[in-house]
Write a protein that binds this ligand. Structure first.
Ligand code: IPM
Ligand code: MG
Length: 360
């Protein structure tokens, strides 16, 4: 029976980059004779506009049935004033938690061709290969109670709850330890155990797992220091594991080390390896609809999908090789452009990858 891939272009530059990724998917399906079926559904602002809610039942149903999902991005100023309970982001968070996609892998790899594009000195980032493992369905993003309430004196008070249970910490820990084992064998767990009890427990569970994974070298770091170390000496890290909110913040910082957030793919996996794949860049409303966005993160997300959910390592490697050669040949979207290179649009970048892919 054929496997099903669900495309969720979403908002902003989402549809533009997913269009290019889809070209590449169609191409590898025919080239490698893959039995994969592509479907498309609405999510985020696009779904609000047509159905009134960010995650329609029909989308959730297709997502449940799919073997893997490719998401563009959600959100934008058009929906900023909307009721908080149906903001576009709720669609994304609902999918993550509805499908129990707790394991978020965010690699930050500096392609040698782009070391100059980073805002850090070239020698600090050249050769960087870091993996951030972020817990994605718990922590302060989902903790209850939450809300904005009125105090007796009439003043408003906002509140959220930062909670993690042992089992939640353990399952993300295992994802990270397993990943470290396949890489350089070093894992840094990031917490705020000097202040927050929830992360005292986090550290305890990581230590317990560390005794089981004796071949992995485990260290701990407070999140404020981790932010500083990422900028000071990023190559000291191999794998970092952290909770939902710290991971959100640190992964944006790590993205800039690589030259452009437009290069970074990500995977969000459930316990069985089913996954949703998305570029890390978000909807970038300022450049939406201008054919300017970098589609490489979306294309590299397809490679991650082949590797992690479909077990097609050879296809993943071929896509990654095509992207590298495209950079070698000097194609650059505006976010990674500098003098001497070929400035291309979103669709021209997709076409370049596609034509190089057909030649390798
Ligand atoms: C991310 C994004 C999301 C998050 C938003 C869009 C809800 O920033 O994937 O990093 O905070 O998780
Ligand atoms: Mg983020």
């Amino acid at each position: 029976m054929s496997q099903r891939i669900l495309l969720l272009p979403g908002d902003g530059i989402g549809p533009e980059v997913i269009r290019e990724a889809e070209k590449i998917l169609v191409q590898v399906i025919s080239r490698f004779k893959l039995d994969l079926q592509l479907e498309t559904a609405l999510l985020g602002g696009a779904a609000i506009d047509s159905e009134g809610i960010p995650l329609p039942d029909s989308t959730l149903k297709l997502a449940n049935q799919a073997d893997a999902i490719l998401l563009g991005a959600v959100g934008g100023p058009k929906w900023d004033e909307i009721d908080r309970s149906i903001r576009p982001e709720k669609g994304l968070l609902g999918l993550r938690s509805g499908l129990q996609l707790f394991g978020n892998l965010r690699p930050a790899i500096t392609f040698p061709q782009l070391a100059d594009a980073s805002s850090l000195k070239k020698e600090l980032v050249a050769g960087l290969d870091l993996l951030i493992v972020r817990e994605l369905t718990g922590g302060i993003y989902f903790g209850e109670p939450r809300g904005i309430r009125e105090l007796k004196n009439g003043e408003k008070q906002g509140f959220n709850t930062y909670v993690y249970s042992e089992s939640e910490i353990e399952r993300i820990g295992r994802v990270a330890f397993d990943a470290a084992r396949k890489r350089d064998g070093r894992l840094c767990s990031v917490d705020k155990a000097n202040v927050l009890e929830v992360t005292v427990l986090w550290r305890e569970v990581m230590d317990r797992l560390g005794r089981e994974y004796k071949d992995v070298q485990l260290s701990h770091m407070y999140v404020d220091n981790a932010a500083m170390q990422l900028i000071r000496e990023p190559k000291q890290f191999d794998v970092m594991v952290t909770g939902n909110m710290f991971g959100d913040i640190l992964s944006d910082a790590a993205a800039m080390l690589t030259g452009s957030i437009g290069m970074l793919p990500s995977a969000s996996l459930d316990i069985n390896g089913k996954g949703m794949y998305e570029p890390c860049h978000g909807s970038a409303p300022d450049i939406a609809g201008q054919n300017k966005a970098n589609p490489l993160a979306a294309i590299l997300s397809c490679a991650m999908m082949m590797r992690y959910s479909l077990g097609l390592e050879q296809v993943a490697l071929t896509i990654e090789k095509a992207v590298e050669q495209t950079l070698d040949e000097g194609y650059r979207t505006v976010d990674i452009f500098s003098d001497g290179y070929k400035k291309v649009s979103t669709s021209e970048m997709g076409d370049a990858v596609s034509s190089i892919l057909s030649s390798i």
